[in-house]
Design a protein around this ligand. Structure first.
Ligand code: NAD
Ligand code: FES
Length: 281
């Protein structure tokens, strides 16, 4: 069992949890994820590791209820436990394999959208610990949906907050701020890392392709086993079939077939929605 030490709500519908998982906390790296199960019969839910504390033996996860199982997770409190937490899964971010000198020579821009801000945080924090200050754009629909602003401010070089409705920070979607930074404010970036909803990553990639900025995205397709056996997380990258759980989750965004990935995500929507409504009754 994996005890939950603390829970909090980051917004009306986004939840944060600190979980005791000593073996995972000891070895996980930014970019990796875990698969959690609330009980022996529940669905396996993939969640990116948002933070880890090697001394304390804990990891933190952030999630939004979208189906029956994540809805059930919202009722878990400090003192409860997950039946199992498998991980760390997936490949660590490519950035973690580069030397400090190579990283210092690079101007990196992170683009985080909504709940995707959570998986961006450990990467920016890890770079900060290597003495590298990356620029970060965090986008949310409204001020109320913005998460981890203070945490991100503490580790980012420059933090640019955008809201779709203009209720806080810059106005508009993240793609507008990317364009403004490069075209109006004279910024230059060697690499962009974008994590958020699939539609955001698709349009960030269109924007950065036009601006000639190589771009990494972190894909979160439907996952079942998380070990490359079931094929549920199949995506097409550069015309080749890849499994996000073992080949990713990070890929060259300019090569990802986003339309296919979004279509596959939709396949399970009806089933998930029915189970969610049944769980709420
Ligand atoms: P959201 O819909 O509120 O979008 C967040 C931001 O993305 C927006 O504020 C906007 O700036 C940008 N965006 C959205 N659509 C865009 C478009 N068409 N063009 C340009 N920019 C656009 O985000 P949310 O509701 O928090 O997202 C939830 C989704 O994120 C879920 O589907 C979840 O699966 C996904 N998610 C992905 C990851 C990952 O690892 N990739 C991690 C967590 C959550
Ligand atoms: Fe089964 Fe990736 S989740 S192959």
């Amino acid at each position: 069992m994996y005890p939950i030490l603390e829970t909090k709500k980051l917004t009306a519908n986004i939840y944060w949890m600190e979980v005791k998982a000593e073996r995972i906390a000891k070895s996980c790296m930014p970019g990796q994820f875990v698969i959690v199960r609330t009980d022996a019969d529940s669905e396996r839910i993939p969640l990116t590791i948002c933070d880890y504390n090697r001394e304390k033996g804990t990891i933190t996860i952030v999630f939004q209820p979208v189906g029956a199982s994540t809805h059930l997770m919202t009722s878990l409190k400090s003192g409860d436990a997950f039946h199992d937490v498998a991980g760390p899964l997936g490949c660590p971010s490519e950035l973690t394999k580069e030397t400090k000198e190579a990283l210092a020579a690079k101007k990196i821009l992170f683009v985080a959208g909504g709940v995707g801000t959570a998986p961006v945080y450990p990467q920016v924090k890890w770079l900060h610990e290597q003495g590298v200050a990356a620029d970060v754009i965090v986008g949310a629909k409204t001020k109320e949906l913005l998460i981890l602003e203070e945490e991100m401010k503490a580790v980012a070089g420059n933090l640019y907050v955008t809201t779709d409705d203009g209720s806080y920070g810059r106005s508009g979607m993240v793609t507008k701020t990317i364009q403004d930074l490069v075209e109006q404010e004279g910024k230059h970036y060697d690499l962009c890392v974008a994590i958020g909803p699939m539609i955001m990553m698709k349009f960030v990639c269109k924007t950065t392709e036009a601006l000639n900025i190589p771009t990494i995205v972190s894909l979160n397709p439907i996952m079942v086993d998380g070990t490359g056996m079931c094929g549920a997380c199949r995506v097409t990258v550069g015309g080749e079939v890849k499994f996000a759980c073992v080949d990713g989750p990070e890929f060259d965004g300019h090569l990802v077939n986003f339309d296919e990935a979004m279509q596959r995500q939709q396949i399970y929507k009806t089933q998930e929605g029915r189970a969610y409504l049944a769980a709420k009754e």
